[in-house]
Design a protein around this ligand. Sequence first.
Ligand code: BTN
Length: 328
Amino acid sequence: MANKSSLIIIRTLLARLSLGAFCSGQALADELGLSRTAVANYIAQLQDLGLDIYSVKGRGYCLAHPITLLDAAEINTIEKNQRPPVLVHEITDSTNNQLLQRLGKDAKPELGTAIVAEAQTEGRGRRGRNWYSPFGTNLYFSMYWHLNHGLQAAMGLSLVVGIAIVRTLQAEYQITAKLKWPNDVYINQQKVAGVLVELAGQVDAVCDAIIGIGLNVTMPIEATKRIDQPFTTLAAHTSKSINRNQLVIALQTSLMEVLSEFCQHGFTPFVAEFNKVNQYQDKPIKVISSFEKIGVCRGVDKQGALLLDIDNRIEAIYGGEISVRGQD
Ligand code: BTN
C-alpha cells in the first residue's frame, strides 16, 4: 500500500492528468520536485492499478478517459446533517477489511458509516473470488450495519441491499437493472454490481454486518482480460455524466432507507419488489451448490429464500455458497 507522501504525489499527478490534456514528464517532475524517472515509476504504479494512461514520446502522459476523483470534502458536505460519515481511502486492501478492522476498536462506527476507495489491492467477491478493483473508475463501497437476529436476518439483508442498488440506478440514471438472486445486479444480462455481506460477532444474536458493494462505473481496457464473466458498466447505459461522489451519497441514502425498513418489518414488504426486478422470474434456472437442481424460478419468499419450481413442486433454497444460472 502507498505511504502518505506517495499518496500526495499520486493525487497531484491525477489532478494534473484529470484535466484531460497531455502532461509532459518534465513538467510533472518539476512541479512535484522529482526526477522524470520517479514520475515514470509513479505512472507505472497507476497503470498497474488499472488506470488507462497513454504515454506518447515527445508529448508526455494522458488519461484515456477523463476521471473525477472521489472527494471526501464534496461527499461530506452534501446533505451532511442527515447522513452518517463517509470515509474516503485512496488505495486500500479492501473496504470491507477496513470496516471490519474498525469493529475491533472500542467505539463502534455510527450505524451507516461508509468507506469508499479509489482502488483495492485485495478486493474480495463472493465464494472466495477476487474483485477486480482498478483505480479511479468504479465504486468500491462498504457500509456498517447491525442485525438483531444475526444469521437468520442475513439473507433478507443481502437481498434488500440489491434492491437499494436497483432503486439508486433507476432514480439517478433511469437505468432499469435486474437482480440475480441473491444480490448480483445486472443490466441487459451482464453484471454491473456485486454485493458481499460479511458478519462479525454472534451470528445467532445481535451481530455486526459489513455490506460491501462493487459497482462498475467505467472499466479500463485491461478489464476484459481480468474479469471472467460478462460484465457491463453504468457509463455504457447512460448519457448522463456520472459523478461518483453523488453516487456514493445516493447509495448510502438508499441503503439507510431500505435497511431501516428491513429492521422494522423484515423482508416481507420487499418480496413483490424483488420479484418484479428478478432477472429470472418465471424462467428456467439451474441452482448450483454441493448439489445441482434445475427448475423454474418463482421468485423469493418472505425469508428471502429462492423458490424453485421442480415439476410443480416448490422448493425453498436458502443462502450459502450457491450460484444460479439461467437456462435459456
Ligand atoms: C461479488 O462477488 O459479486 C461481490 C463483490 C463485492 C465487491 C465489493 S467492492 C467493496 C467491498 N470490498 C471488498 O473487498 N469487496 C466488496
